[in-house]
Design a protein around this ligand. Structure first.
Ligand code: CTP
Length: 401
């Protein structure tokens, strides 16, 4: 009963994910929390006050101008009588009103009047989540100390795919537990590299690879969800910045290494980026022209190996250094060799042959190679791989402290 004695004010706003709040109420109560609910007008289109009341075994608050609500408990008291205000689902609209300080219904009035921690679980269409207005609102709220849980990527009720899906209920409960306990990785600083690197040929052309950054970004989000101070150093991707992580955007392998070194010391480094092994030795400062002399001869130079550099880092070596091995053949053997040559602690090997669809896709099949331990993980979504890895990292630090 990890939430025994905790009082949670659950604010349910009007999105299709609101139906999941019913399960959330049940699971929070299973952990010993007392859950009192506020429904926005929109939320009542998706869940009924009766079902919310039945599950929370409490009355449901909806109307700021209701005499009965006010007589029983004033809206100011409602917002302060809780240990945590949890907004799930949090629509783009309620996030915007929170950011602007608008108090035009009971939910937003309680959020403005509270002196208690606030946690939001966004759920919306991917375009709405990626809209500059939503990004700015979330950045402002995060800066003011509002904790974000998700969103995660996946299929949405609207038929689209991407970031915007509400975090699964068990993971929301974990985050709430993490909030009260500080999270199993609280106090740990973890670097994650993600995405491809771009290596310039001239000012307009570059060499890159097919990495989408999905796996690295998901790892960063999962670590942050467990309370780690997470620094995500990423090459160019089309992904939204995961909430709650410190984002550092780079282009080339050399920039990525410099950013990693700047971010040290850290307790762990998780190298998920598909770093280009080679760069053009001397990138042209002007655009290369067709001058009738045939194609240019490009001379290549080897890029620094970030994983190896961090693993060999001497006094500044993170306690735990983890790499991914992208292989197209002899996956496990190559991973074992890579772990030794790169001197990292764990390697997560994955088969990236075109037939597997791993690069750019959503699923991944991992084989973990550690010192004296090997594990074959079933095929999972990149999100699930991230959560399993984050849990394993948390176990590692649990044992080493
Ligand atoms: N890596 C890195 N810096 C590089 C190359 C790779 O940090 N310059 C890291 C990756 O982030 C990954 C691991 O090393 O964690 C293995 O990357 P992979 O592409 O599988 O291996 P390479 O070192 O590039 O070896 P090869 O191309 O021979 O398979």
């Amino acid at each position: 009963m990890a939430l025994h004695g905790k009082r949670i004010l659950l604010i349910i706003s009007g999105g299709i994910a609101a139906y999941k709040s019913l399960d959330l109420i049940r699971r929070l109560r299973d952990q010993g929390a007392a859950v009192r609910c506020v429904l926005t007008k929109g939320a009542t289109q998706f869940v009924t006050p009766l079902s919310v009341s039945a599950l929370s075994e409490d009355r449901v608050y909806q109307d700021i101008f209701s005499l009965t609500d006010e007589a029983e408990m004033g809206h100011i008291q409602l917002s302060r009588d809780a240990d945590l205000l949890l907004v799930a689902p949090a629509t783009a609209d309620i996030l915007a009103r929170m950011a602007a300080g608008i108090a035009n219904d009971l939910a937003t009035t309680a959020l403005l009047a509270t002196d208690k921690p606030v946690m939001v679980v966004p759920a919306m269409n991917v375009r709405m989540w990626e809209h500059a207005a939503t990004k700015a609102n979330c950045a402002l709220l995060a800066e003011r100390g509002v904790a974000f849980v998700g969103p995660v990527q996946g299929d949405m009720a609207c038929g689209e795919y991407g970031f915007g899906r509400m975090t699964d209920v068990p993971d929301i409960v974990n985050s709430v537990v993490g909030h009260f306990n500080g999270g199993p990785l609280a106090g740990r600083r973890i670097l994650v590299t993600s995405g491809p690197t771009f290596e310039a040929i001239d000012p307009v052309r570059y060499i890159a690879n097919r990495s989408s950054g999905k796996q690295g970004h998901a790892v960063a989000a999962a670590l942050s969800g467990l309370g780690a101070e997470t620094i995500l150093i990423s090459g160019p991707t089309a992904l939204a910045d995961p909430a709650g992580v410190k984002m550092i955007k780079v282009e080339s392998a050399r920039d990525m290494l410099a950013a990693c070194k700047d971010a040290l010391p850290a307790d762990a480094a998780i190298c998920v980026a598909a770093v280009a092994d080679w760069r053009v030795k001397s990138a042209a400062t002007q655009k290369l022209k067709k001058n009738g002399g045939g194609p240019p001869m490009l001379e290549f130079a080897e890029n620094p190996d970030i994983l190896k550099t961090l693993s060999k880092g001497g006094n500044n070596r993170p306690e735990l250094v983890v790499g991914f091995a992208a292989e197209t053949e002899n996956v496990v053997d190559n991973a074992r060799t890579k772990r030794k040559t790169k001197k990292c602690d764990w390697i997560l090997a994955n088969d990236v042959s075109p037939t597997t669809g791993t690069f750019g896709g959503d699923a991944n099949t991992i084989h973990l190679v550690a010192d004296g331990a090997e594990e074959a993980w079933p095929t999972m979504t990149k999100q699930q791989v991230a959560e399993r890895l984050a849990a394993r990292i948390s176990d590692h630090f649990g044992k080493s402290t």
